[in-house]
Design a protein around this ligand. Sequence first.
Ligand code: HH2
Length: 262
Amino acid sequence: MTPAAQFRIMGVVNVTPDSFSDGGRYIQPEKAISHGLELAAEGAAIVDIGGESTRPGALPVGAAEELRRVLPVIAGLTAAGTAERISVDTSKAQVASEALEAGATFVNDVTALRGDPEMASLVASSGADVCLMHMLAEPRTMQDDPRYEDVVSEVKAFLEERLQFAVREGVDEERILLDPGIGFGKTAAHNLELIDRLDEIVALGRPVVIGASRKSFIGRITGRQDPFDRVAGTAAVNVLAYERGARVFRVHDVAPSHDALA
Ligand code: HH2
């Protein structure tokens, strides 16, 4: 098997003014499209387009604004004929629906189908792939002293319940991916424990996604304040997660993680 067959990289393009990691860089559609194409050329099998920041403290964005940001980018990447899957990072069914019509085939929902009552049936009827992610509380408050008795078993129980919910709603189980939600209502210690015991999440039987890219716990460990300086830390986390069974890696810097995993 070639290395590329054993893992998939999900390259991130945030079409937002305020993302912690790349806010403002790709707010113009042409810049976002060419960045998406670059990530694909570097080895991304999936390109994830987001129009709303979920960083700690971020304020929600309306569906109309989110659509205004992501649709031209999805349409442009689709028109460019990339063989890569296009994913939309949204928790709103209206945004997901229009994104799927514009060419996306993957819904990355950080609320795991809890954010919009229409999302589960939309995903089920469209036949799209879906990533269900764990988050404690909501972005505005999630980093206010997050606490768990046992973070791994609580995240696992949540993902198991969400998986069962999605299947009950008619989503094809084969299309579901699970994500422990690194940094979403977690301290650095929680994130490390989740990575260390990731095999327990992998045991749920669906492909596990890891989104550690440039996140603050890497800055805490390495002393790198600037998210752009956390590329080596990100690649290291991804390799550790791969060894514990993760298979999809959501990153901003595709080439370094691709090469580290290969
Ligand atoms: N992390 C972010 C956004 N979406 N999706 C999944 N499945 N897993 C993640 O860990 C994840 C995610 C946050 O990172 P980023 O998109 O860079 O920042 P922002 O939310 O500020 O746009």
